[in-house]
Design a protein around this ligand. Structure first.
Ligand SMILES: [Zn+2]
Length: 904
């Protein structure tokens, strides 16, 4: 999945999640119970009888081999009925079958035993205690289509003539298949699925496999029969009933690719179709394993919570994540769409073919898919220069991983909320960054061979961490020292031991480097934002160190050098502190010859120096001195990281009534980048990185009221408005133009009218963003209202709207009031523990946060990790302000005095 806390569970919750399916049907005698003799501790089923299983995870006594599913959604009454026939493999003597079902009515449960069909109470028969190999059970079920974004859920959209059309789609990862049909809803219970969907003739149905035939039913309904799937986990099952249209092509390897969308947007599918064809061919070759199914469909769903989902053979996406209009979509839209397709297709092998045993190792799916976005695009779309955007993933991961509430990449989880919380920056981004580090020290070739071995060896099976390390151990060995392109690298490790230190303990190391003549002293400690030093004790990492020096062509011993830079290109997931004169020599280097280091190295230094201020290792004025070189910076990662470190400084003041200092800081940032901003053309020319950077810089300049930018954007907005929106603006600058336009009530209203009628998802996204950064309070309120109502602005966009309004200095109180007043509805709609909910929570850095979150119960989210992260971030900000505010003031004063003096 593409996207974005601990809870003890009461017995009643266990019953609800593991098996709302009334399993007392299956259980008629205490003989053979797993908890024999402890009946008094058993949970109570809905009918008041003891429920014979008291653990969250299913027993391993029985596993499913094959599901025959017939599903009949009714898009008028918004409910569905179904029949599930499950062929079972009974491994051990048992009298019960425990499986999952959630919020559905179960009826007519039958055992299809060799001696005939019987209602399931026949399980009382003694022979059921035997190790009989195969049984089938059949269950009928009925439920409402879900009103959320998971399970079998309702989606709808409005045509340009205003007609509302309803469809039904699925999202089962992580634990929502159980809400659509009774099943063994854990990733290790892989089975084959034969699916039939009953529909009206005006709709179509699609599923994981190709359709083999359609049968006419009495009453004018049609039943589509789909081919049987390969062996797979329940969370990858998918089906959609809709009025979608599609376009198709065939890959070089003979796989039919189709892209589905609502009819009026089918003309925006060509880019995704070509990208999917190209990327599936790439993976076929890279993995050296053919894609397993005859077809792959990509569907753009009008209501979708996360970014996309990798269902085997039928990946699903947000409309904005898949639909591309060459004339209206921006460079970053192109990058985003290509990446998300690359991610979901990478999962067809990593995740679908080889699946983690349990959700604690989710990173084996998500870290890999995230990493493969970069590997695949680097080769298939070199013009997108995807490498320019990798480091930000590591910076984002480090932000949450530097709090004591972080968790190891591989973490024990049990209940659905904990599982949902695994879909976070640690599993995705840290996972990708440590894989990048691993690939760097193994070499790309050895890494690829190891990956292929792993995928071949565990096809159609489930794995744990160690299986991956074993596959990689077979391809290369322990100790590496090398000199590459004049740079000196040393690496000492044993593979499993080294990787366990990165996956089984949370956080990351800070390496302190001290150069004394020809001697370099290194030490490590955990980097942690805390005022309790005891929390950093007991951590040790095996770090694959890399470094380069001013005398880069000698190795070893280290000669006397002017400067040394560790973590070359930031290929390692750690920070570096240059003690003694170290930072000063780096500052001198950046000031006089910054191109001696790569753009990634420079971004890395900017990140490290400011982050070291937060833990008191470096003084703020040292970090600010380093930032001065940015006036000559042009590389996107270093520029955006410069903004990434400097902007939060005035954001801290924005909500604290410190306008003078805040404006001084804003002025410093604008000054720093003035040259670069002035050089931007208001066109769509240049490479993808240049275009993304332009869009970013002009938006920043306009939001910060940089006069030349505001004037130009105002002119363009007025022209566009005068043409009634028909004037075609250069795409990359529209964000800046819309933001300026939305500052006046008339401009905002005009933008809203265009938003309401637009069919271009990427244009709508930019308009929506512009409408939420206005200073007009009543408009901000209206935005939040619209998104929660869901008619004009989709409710799937509500979290983005709330986060954007919360970041707006004129809106954060409004966003917080909304979040607090609607918390219970929001966690029901978006589900507790999802990163949608945690993003909204995380953005609410506000004084009343504690009293509200403190009033929550376990059921309403008190145990969510994001609440802890929010508390820690608030404390960290307060510490930062207390320590650094006087320094910041003094440094800015000194600088403005100096600049004024130089002007004379
Ligand atoms: Zn994913």
């Amino acid at each position: 999945m593409e996207v974005n806390v601990r809870s003890k569970v009461s017995p009643s919750q266990i019953t609800c999640h593991v098996c709302a399916l009334s399993l007392s049907y299956f259980w008629c005698s205490a003989a053979g119970l797993p908890n024999q003799g402890q009946a008094k501790d058993l949970p109570i089923a809905t009918n008041g009888q003891p429920f014979p299983w008291d653990r969250m995870r299913l027993p391993k006594t029985i596993s499913p081999l094959h599901y025959d599913l017939t599903i009949h959604p009714n898009l008028t009454t918004l409910d569905f009925t179904g029949v599930a026939r499950i062929e079972l493999d009974v491994h051990e003597d048992t009298s019960i079958i425990i499986l999952h079902a959630k919020q559905m009515q179960i009826s007519n449960v039958l055992l299809l035993a060799p001696e005939g069909i019987r209602p399931l109470h026949v399980l009382e028969y003694p022979h059921f205690h035997q190790l009989a190999l195969k049984y089938e059970v059949q269950l009928e079920f009925a439920a409402n289509l879900s009103d959320s974004y998971h399970g079998f859920y309702k989606s709808s959209y409005r045509t340009s003539s205003g007609e509302v059309r309803v469809m039904a789609s699925t999202q089962f990862e992580a634990t929502f298949a159980r809400g659509a049909f009774p099943c063994f809803d854990e990733p290790a219970f892989k089975a084959n699925f034969t699916i039939r969907i009953i529909r009206e003739p005006r709709h179509i149905a699609i599923s994981n496999m190709p359709k083999v035939k359609t049968v006419e039913l009495p009453g004018g309904l049609l039943e589509d029969h789909f081919d049987t799937t390969v062996k797979m986990s329940t969370y990858l099952v998918a089906y959609i009933v809709s009025d979608f249209l599609s376009v198709s092509k065939t890959t070089q390897h003979g796989v039919k690719i189709s892209v589905y969308a609502v009819p009026e947007k089918i003309n925006q599918t060509a880019y995704a179709l070509d990208a999917a064809v190209k990327l599936l061919d790439f993976y076929d070759d890279y993995y050296d394993i053919p894609y397993q199914l005859p077809k792959h469909d990509l569907a753009a769903i009008p209501d979708f919570q996360s970014g996309a989902m990798e269902n085997w053979g039928l990946s699903t996406y947000r409309e904005a994540g898949l639909l591309f209009d060459p004339d209206r979509s921006s460079a970053s839209d192109k990058l985003g769409i290509t990446k998300v397709i690359a991610h979901e297709l990478a999962h067809q092998w990593f995740g679908n073919l080889v699946t983690m045993e349990w959700w604690n190792d989710l990173w084996l799916n998500e870290g890999f898919a995230k990493f493969m976005e970069f590997i695949s695009l680097d080769i298939t779309y070199p013009e997108l220069r995807v490498d320019d955007f990798f480091l930000e993933k590591c910076f984002e991961a480090m932000e949450v991983d530097s709090l004591s509430s972080s968790h190891p990449v591989s973490t024990p989880v049990e209940n659905p909320m904990q599982i949902q919380e695994m879909f976070d920056d640690v599993s995705y981004d840290k996972g990708a960054c440590i894989l990048n580090m691993l690939r760097d020290f193994l070499t790309p070739e050895a890494f690829e061979i190891g990956i292929i071995q792993y995928l071949k060896r565990y096809s159609y099976q489930n794995t744990v961490n160690s299986h991956l390390w074993e596959s990689l151990t077979n391809v290369s060995d322990v100790c590496v020292s090398k000199v590459v392109e004049g740079y000196e690298y040393t690496t000492v490790f044993t593979r499993e031991a080294i990787m366990d230190t990165w996956t089984l303990q949370e956080g990351f190391p800070l390496v302190t480097v001290e150069v004394r003549g020809r001697e370099v002293r290194l030490s490590q400690e955990r980097y942690l934002k805390t005022d309790d030093p005891s929390l950093t004790e007991g951590f040790l990492w095996q770090i694959p160190l890399t470094y380069m020096t001013s005398a880069s062509n000698t190795y070893p011993p280290l000669p006397e050098v002017d400067w040394v830079k560790f973590n070359v290109d930031m290929s390692g997931y750690y920070m570096v502190h240059y003690a003694g004169e170290g930072w000063n020599s780096i500052i001198r280097l950046l000031q006089h010859n910054h191109t001696a280091l790569s753009g990634n190295d420079r971004a890395n230094l900017i990140h490290n120096v400011f982050q070291l201020v937060s833990i008191g290792k470096v003084r703020l004025d040292t970090a600010l001195e380093l930032s001065l070189y940015l006036s000559r910076e042009t590389e996107i990662m270093a520029v955006t990281q410069g903004f990434g470190e400097l902007v939060p400084l005035y954001k801290l003041m924005e909500k604290r009534d410190m306008a003078a200092l805040e404006n001084q800081m804003k002025g410093y940032i604008v000054d720093l980048f003035r040259g670069l901003i002035d050089r931007q053309e208001w066109t769509d020319s240049g490479s993808v990185s240049e275009r993304v950077l332009r869009s970013y810089l002009l938006l920043f300049a306009c939001v910060r009221n940089y006069a030349p930018c505001v004037t130009k954007a105002t002119q363009l907005f007025n022209k566009w408005k005068d043409s009634d929106g028909t004037l075609s603006l250069p795409v990359d600058i529209t964000m800046a133009v819309f933001v300026i336009g939305a500052r006046t009530p008339e401009g905002w209203d005009f933008l809203f009218e265009k938003y309401r009628h637009s069919m271009q998802m990427s244009v709508k996204s930019r308009m929506k963003f512009a409408m939420t950064v206005t200073s007009l309070q009543d408009k901000l309120k209206w935005c939040v209202h619209l998104a929660s109502y869901g008619e004009v602005m989709k409710t799937q966009d509500l979290p983005d709207v709330v986060v954007s309004v919360a970041k707006n200095p004129h809106g954060y109180k409004l966003a917080w009031d909304f979040l607090r007043a609607n918390w219970h509805t929001l966690i029901k709609k978006f589900d507790l523990g999802t990163n949608t909910v945690s993003h909204m929570t995380f953005s609410s850095v506000c004084a009343q946060v504690r009293s509200f979150f403190g009033s929550l119960t376990e059921e309403t989210g008190s145990e969510m990790r994001c609440i802890q992260q929010t508390y820690e971030t608030i404390e960290d900000n307060i510490r930062w302000m207390d320590t650094n505010l006087p320094l910041l003031q003094a440094w800015l004063n000194k600088r403005s005095h100096k600049v004024a003096h130089e002007d004379l």
